[in-house]
Design a protein around this ligand. Structure first.
Ligand code: ADP
Ligand code: ASP
Ligand code: MG
Length: 416
């Protein structure tokens, strides 16, 4: 008997039919003698619908109130799943984040989990119940409901698994594992049986939305075995087969010794680029530009400062597209005049494409192969950033899919 956490995403919970299938699958695991905690997302489209309602009323809704409503989708899901399990004769109980409690900081709409109180859940499990906990939501010190950022149910699930010292966290979704790239963009992308924790962290941080990055961080910090697998298979398929399907995030360093140099291609469509022109080249300038941006809680990603000419330089960086207007406002209002910059220009239609692989460490020439492939397609590279196991380029949004497809092919990632 093991304690196992199941997480079901929006598509997996997308209709009452699908929820009944989830109940059958969960019951099968419970019947096999396991203790099961389920962490579902809201039904697909629901979180967007709710946030859309708020935006119909205000362009910038109060984040606390946004969390109050955005968290309701998950509350519906847990209740429906408990009812579906009870309908097939299982004892099940659902909890909202605050009832557990899943405690977070107060950074509304992107809160971080601080602690999880596992006592109540453990008591229910020991009494033979299946416990269902809302994904995506928590509660801060003052009792306010918080949410963990879009895609945050992955993080709830892995954090719950870590707190309960579960044997494994199974992330059930609408694809049957982690692929060399998003199978919606490249139809012959290949499923990976295992992916190293480091690679998964890079892929998630570089835009592969199959797992929220914080869930991968939790998996790493607690060495929680985590597997991505399909919820769309027959819920009554043999448990052994299901338990070994999908993609396991591995903590072994050398599982890729025999494999390709590149593991996958990640991309993020929604980037924006800002350039501050004619900046005096003196100590402290990067801090004076980026300090106020960070104070506004805007995450900066790629950064370039050009060689200075006659004491002036240009400073370029990227931010998430959703924060572009806010970043431009901060620069225009509190930075430009202060540092004596010439002007500020931006482009909110850029995307980032990255090649990722631990194998890059021992192979040279990956960058040149990447740049050659893009040049053969006539794609201009605007910015480049590298780490030991990834190379990212910023390009015009309209070439993103072409870049992903041609790199996928150039690095031989397609399925046989
Ligand atoms: P859920 O609602 O279950 O959380 P998501 O939509 O958040 O599901 O994540 C699953 C989706 O992630 C897939 O449908 C797929 O389009 C996308 N995706 C992006 N990159 C990858 C990848 N490398 N491997 C698998 N899926 C990917
Ligand atoms: N329902 C939330 C969202 O749509 C959380 C999740 O699905 O993981 O972002
Ligand atoms: Mg998701």
């Amino acid at each position: 008997m093991a304690l196992i956490v199941h997480k079901y995403g929006g598509t997996s919970m997308g209709s009452t039919e699908r929820i009944k299938n989830v109940a059958k699958r969960v019951a099968k695991w419970h019947d096999a003698g396991h203790q099961i905690v389920v962490v579902p997302s809201a039904m697909s489209g629901e979180t967007n619908r709710i946030i859309g309602l708020a935006k119909e009323i205000s362009a910038q809704p109060d984040p606390r109130e946004l969390d109050m409503i955005a968290s309701t989708g998950e509350q519906v899901s847990v209740g429906l799943l408990a009812i579906a399990l009870q309908a097939i004769g299982k004892q099940a109980v659902s909890y909202a984040g605050w009832q557990v409690a899943i405690k977070t900081d107060s950074a509304h709409t992107k809160a971080r989990i601080a602690s999880i109180d596992e006592a109540k859940v453990k008591a229910d499990l020991d009494a033979g119940k299946i416990v269902i906990i809302t994904g995506f939501q928590g509660v801060d010190e003052l009792g306010n409901i918080t949410t963990l950022g879009r895609g945050g149910s992955d993080t709830s699930a892995v954090a719950v698994a870590a707190a309960l010292k579960a044997q494994e966290c199974l992330i059930y979704t609408d694809v049957d594992g982690v692929y060399t790239t998003d199978p919606r963009v490249v139809s012959d992308a290949r499923r990976l049986n295992t992916v190293t924790f480091e690679e998964m962290l890079e892929m998630a941080s570089l835009g592969s939305k199959v797992l929220q990055i914080r869930s991968v961080e939790f998996a790493g910090n607690y060495r929680m075995p985590t597997r991505v697998l399909s919820s769309l298979t027959d819920p009554l398929m043999p448990l052994e087969e299901e338990a070994n399907s999908g993609t396991l995030i591995s903590f072994e360093e050398d599982t890729h010794m025999e494999q390709a140099t590149i593991t996958g291609i990640a991309f993020n469509r929604d980037e924006a680029k800002i350039t501050v022109l004619g900046v005096p080249d003196r100590p402290g300038i990067a801090y004076q530009i980026l300090g106020p941006v960070a104070d506004a809680n805007i995450e900066v990603d790629m950064i370039i400062q050009n060689q200075s000419v006659e004491g002036k330089t240009d400073f370029t960086f990227t931010v998430p597209r959703g924060e572009y207007t806010k970043a431009m406002d901060v620069l225009e209002s509190s930075v430009k005049a202060h540092i004596g910059a010439g002007s500020i220009v931006g482009d909110s239609k850029v995307s980032k494409v990255s090649v990722v692989g631990v194998g890059m460490r021992s192979h040279v020439g990956i960058a040149s192969q990447m740049f050659r492939t893009l040049s053969e397609e006539g794609i201009n590279i605007q910015m480049i950033s590298t780490s030991e196991i990834k190379i990212s380029v910023l390009i015009d949004e309209k070439y993103m899919e072409l870049a992903v497809r041609s790199l996928h092919k150039a690095f031989g990632l397609e399925s046989a």
